[in-house]
Design a protein around this ligand. Structure first.
Ligand SMILES: [Zn+2]
Length: 81
């Protein structure tokens, strides 16, 4: 797998999750994630961070949010092993 594709996929993960890319980019990155387990693992981690950030927005102290995000990253990393 060319490393350039991984770089692009990782650079655009948040935009991919938010659906802010062009159709062509969504397709290309989606296909890459299916083919590339390390990028798919990062995608899952970023999706959870996205979810936590949107859930916590406005009503949680930044300190608590940071701890939740960090523990979620840790959990996701362990699951993806
Ligand atoms: Zn990759």
């Amino acid at each position: 797998m060319p490393k350039r594709q991984c770089q692009e996929a990782l650079d655009k993960l948040f935009e991919y999750i938010d659906g802010e890319l062009t159709d062509e980019e969504l397709l290309r990155i989606g296909a890459h994630l299916r083919d590339c387990p390390p990028c798919e693992a990062e995608h899952r981690i970023n999706e959870r961070i996205r979810l936590l950030v949107s859930q916590a927005h406005g009503d949680k102290a930044p300190h608590q949010l940071r701890e939740r995000v960090l523990s979620t990253i840790q959990m996701a990393r362990e699951e993806s092993r």
